[in-house]
Write a new protein. Structure first.
Length: 108
């Protein structure tokens, strides 16, 4: 009978110093892009980070934005990731999310 590998307990990915550093790089790139969205591959090229590092940095950036009152980082299918304080953009991303979740509930 094969033995199951033990899972190591680890810190959450987005709480480390590395994630903070990645978040800072992503924030600077999104600030420079100002209003233009960046796809994940574009973010990876601009920050010179791997896909997992960008994802961890985005998670940390969302936490930091909430704590410090910065504009949230939003993702849209057409524009990709961008930092936006524009209420219209925020409203449209929220309405899409609620439409998707309500359509999933209705189909169940």
């Amino acid at each position: 009978m094969p033995r199951k590998a033990k899972r190591r307990k680890s810190r959450p990915r987005r709480k480390g110093d590395a994630a903070r550093s990645h978040a800072d790089r992503i924030r600077k790139v999104l600030f420079e892009a100002q209003g233009v969205g960046l796809t994940l591959p574009q973010l990876m090229r601009a920050t010179e980070l791997t896909q997992s590092q960008v994802r961890a940095g985005l998670a940390m950036l969302r936490d930091q934005a909430a704590e410090k009152g910065w504009p949230p980082t939003v993702w849209t299918l057409t524009d990709g990731y961008r930092s936006s304080g524009d209420p219209e953009v925020l409203r449209s991303t929220r309405s899409r999310r609620s439409t998707k979740s309500s359509s999933r509930c209705a189909g169940s």
